[in-house]
Design a protein around this ligand. Structure first.
Ligand code: PLP
Length: 247
């Protein structure tokens, strides 16, 4: 069913206000936090409407995130004009299998969910062969919850440095999904772990790490603590599009 675009526009504005308020309360410049629209299960027409609503919020392209390659590929033709005009940029934010790498390279600007050396090697090889450089972020499982993808924090710095040195890839930062905990201190500590990791990797001076500054963390339910801990990208689905149908 097509979504009510006026409602989406109002909710984007409300989410943006939440981000701005959290940034100011933390003494940060709200412009340092971008909103990524998590568009899983949303039709391409809804996504385009959301891009139009979000575009006036800033000069940069509207960030879109897809979880499944199948959806990414299905919506790509409808989004191609907006992407070509620099109005939108599509990131892969869900778990990615190596045999889907070509499809992702054809349609996404960034893979935020990089979590294995095998996947990194496959992306690097294909990307280099295509004569391009793919933006990637290392996904870290800060909470250790078994249901979540991502490298364990202990291995993340070495992994990130290896990725950063790969031709065909540009490491732009780190991504995580916050702990599913009722304790705000636990949630905040997970985000702080990602920030510390980013700081350590950038400070290492290892080749290719100088641009690894992004922290993609925080969703509808936990964007305030994420912004407080330094998020530069928050990924919001439900807060903009409403509840998703159960799959
Ligand atoms: C769905 C999803 C989001 C957005 O979650 P909401 O709670 O709906 O805001 C963010 N990141 C990832 C990786 C997701 O899969």
């Amino acid at each position: 069913m097509p979504q009510d675009l006026a409602g989406i526009a109002a909710r984007i504005a409300a989410v943006r206000t939440r981000i701005d308020d959290a940034a100011r309360a933390a003494g940060r410049n709200p412009r340092g936090v971008r909103l990524l629209l998590a568009t899983k299960t949303q039709e391409a027409s809804t996504v385009l409407g959301a891009v139009a609503s979000a575009a006036p919020l800033g000069p940069l392209p509207v960030l879109l995130g897809e979880n499944r390659v199948q959806e990414l590929v299905a919506k790509a033709p409808a989004l191609a004009d907006a992407v070509a005009q620099g109005l939108a940029e599509v990131h892969m934010i869900g778990h990615l299998q190596r045999n889907k790498v070509n499809q992702v390279l054809a349609t996404a600007t960034c893979v935020q969910s990089l979590d294995s050396l095998e996947l990194a090697a496959a992306l690097a090889t294909r990307s280099e062969r295509a004569g391009r450089v793919l933006d990637v972020m290392v996904q870290v499982n800060v909470s250790g919850e078994a249901s979540k993808s991502g490298v364990v924090p202990r291995d993340a710095a070495a992994f990130a440095c290896e990725v950063a040195a790969s031709p065909g890839l540009r490491l732009t930062g780190f991504m995580t999904i916050g702990a599913r905990s009722p304790d705000p201190a636990v949630v905040a500590a997970g985000f702080a772990t990602l920030r510390q990791l980013r700081d350590d990797v950038v400070a290492s001076g290892a080749p290719g790490t100088e641009q690894a500054i992004e922290l993609s963390m925080g969703m509808t339910g936990d964007l305030e603590p994420a912004v407080r801990e330094g998020a530069t990208i928050v990924r919001v689905g439900t807060g903009v599009f409403g509840l998703r149908p159960a799959v």
